[in-house]
Write a protein that binds this ligand. Structure first.
Ligand SMILES: [Zn+2]
Length: 50
C-alpha cells in the first residue's frame, strides 16, 4: 500500500529534506551519524530529496 511507503520515507528523513546513507553498504543513518552502524565506514553520503 502507498501509505506504507510514506511512513517508511517519513522515518528516513525525520523532518529534514536530506537523506544520509552509508556509501559503503547503503544503510540509511541519522543526520548526526558519522560512522555507519552496520559496517563502520566513516563515509556517509548526503542526498537532498528532490
Ligand atoms: Zn555501512
Amino acid at each position: 500500500m502507498i501509505l506504507g511507503c510514506f511512513n517508511q520515507l517519513a522515518s528516513l528523513v525525520t523532518g529534514t529534506d536530506i537523506i544520509y546513507e552509508c556509501r559503503h553498504c547503503g544503510v540509511s543513518v541519522d543526520e548526526q551519524t558519522l560512522t555507519c552502524p552496520e559496517c563502520g565506514s566513516e563515509e556517509i553520503a548526503q542526498y537532498p530529496l528532490s
